[in-house]
Design a protein around this ligand. Structure first.
Ligand SMILES: [Zn+2]
Length: 458
């Protein structure tokens, strides 16, 4: 017989704090608006009830306890629009009674660790774009129910891909329009918020090519229609130009990567396609920093600057868990700035616009009355230098102070976690090797016969 714990008993977070005021030397309500000197935010329960110049605090709020940060900035909590929760799952020994079940449990625990690390660097909302076992759905529910403290989560479940296609190990392989509809419906039944599809191959799956489209435009259209019918947004992983074009034509809501890579492995930015992306209001994350670490002669660079110049709505999605660890979030923002995108625009991509991309404009991403109290306090002025984001002194999620976990600071010149120290030369060599492997050239004839490099689907 199972027993349900009385409400609140299993919680490690406490009851709602009473109303309070957070005051700071500067208030950034949203990064594309002028900052308010000596600003304050009033938080009651989970919600912001007032925000503005501290001198104009409403009479009814003047008796509330005040937390003062005179040398700091209050700003909206950061948003990660492209995370993979659970990707740091430890290797599972086969010498246990049920390796699959153990792997699933470990996956969920690993997902929790990644989500909490993101919150610990100031990320208050996370969009999962590919997780096994609906770990992201479980985590979303546990956090929303107050069982665990962590960021707000939007869940995708596993990415829809072709059999043997990019990230097929996550489990949602589909090969026909019926398969696509069935899997979208299954995901809906499991409680996802967004449907993620692998429109092209990727770097991490042998036998797939990032330049190659995996689905026909017709298949992608069926996916988008079915998702929209069920009230879900759609997101496509797309490196290759043809895959980007098909996803755009199909009516996708969000593009990850948008690298514009051609079948010869060289990126050629397509301005007309970028204009179409901008016109249709499709949000884009360029994921990996423009180059990480900087690699001379690298052709496979995300096109953040050109997309920005074509008016595309960029958002801060770093492929956390696949490309960058959670600790690399602010590094990714700095790389966007280094690629030529104005600082306020980078901060908008990480807050207000990211909320819009997730369908949460009325919920978070801006510090005004009625929004969820998702905010951070950082020492200094992030509009002057993004380094301020690394001097985090407060994280509040849904009105509750979040106690950060210890996160080892990200060192771009150091090592890629789990892969040892890296240099630009080594990174280039490993990318070349992967590129070659993807084309099936590094494998013997037996492997090539088994799994040749895919061609474009018609
Ligand atoms: Zn990804």
């Amino acid at each position: 017989m199972t027993e349900t714990a009385p409400a609140g008993r299993a919680r490690d977070t406490q009851a709602d704090p009473p109303g309070w005021v957070i005051r700071a030397g500067q208030l950034v309500q949203r990064p594309d608006r002028r900052a308010v000197p000596d600003g304050a935010v009033v938080v009651r329960h989970s919600t912001i009830t007032w925000a503005g110049p501290a001198g104009q605090l409403p009479a009814e709020d003047r008796r509330l306890p005040v937390e003062d940060h005179p040398a700091s900035t209050i700003m909206p909590g950061l948003i990660e629009t492209h995370a993979h929760l659970g990707s740091y799952t430890p290797h599972v020994s086969q010498h246990v009674s049920d390796p699959a079940l153990l792997a699933q449990s470990l996956h969920i625990l690993s997902a929790l660790a990644t989500a909490r690390q993101l919150a610990s660097v100031g990320v208050t909302t996370v969009q999962s774009l590919g997780a096994r076992h609906y770990a992201d759905v479980a985590l979303r529910e546990a956090i929303a129910a107050g069982v665990l403290a962590g960021p707000r989560i939007l869940a995708s479940g596993a990415q829809l891909t072709t059999t043997g296609g990019h990230s097929w190990t996550n489990g949602a392989e589909v090969d026909s329009i019926d398969d696509i509809r069935r899997t979208v419906r299954r995901h809906h039944k499991a409680g996802v918020d967004v449907i993620k599809v692998m429109a092209t191959g990727g770097f991490m799956t042998p036998g797939t090519g990032p330049w190659a489209a995996q689905f026909s435009a017709e298949e992608l259209r069926a996916l988008v229609q079915e998702a929209h019918r069920l009230g879900k947004r759609t997101a496509a992983h797309a490196h290759g130009t043809e895959g980007i074009r098909r996803a755009v034509d199909a009516g996708i809501d969000y593009l990850a990567h948008a690298s514009f890579v051609d079948p010869d492995g060289v990126t050629r930015f397509d301005g007309a396609l970028a204009d179409a992306i901008a016109e249709r209001g499709i949000f884009v994350d360029t994921c990996a920093p423009p180059s990480w670490p900087p690699v001379p002669g690298e052709t496979f660079t995300p096109r953040a600057k050109q997309l920005y110049e074509h008016g595309v709505g960029l958002v801060a999605g770093h492929d956390i868990g696949a490309v960058l660890p959670p600790s690399g979030y602010t590094f990714g923002l700095k790389q966007l700035e280094a690629s030529g995108i104005p600082r306020a625009e980078v901060l908008t991509a990480a807050t207000t616009r990211a909320a819009a991309a997730l369908g949460l404009s009325e919920v978070t991403g801006e510090l005004v009355a009625g929004r969820s109290a998702d905010l951070i306090v950082v020492d200094g002025d992030p509009l002057e230098s993004l380094d301020a984001l690394d001097a985090l002194s407060r994280v509040v999620i849904g009105g509750r102070p979040f106690v950060p976990d210890q996160v080892v600071p990200f060192d771009p010149k150091g090592s890629i976690p789990g892969q040892g120290p890296d240099t630009p030369g080594r990174v280039q060599a490993s990318r070349n090797a992967r590129w070659t492997a993807h084309r099936g050239l590094r494998h013997g004839p037996a492997f090539r016969a088994r799994m040749h490099t895919p061609e474009e689907t018609p």
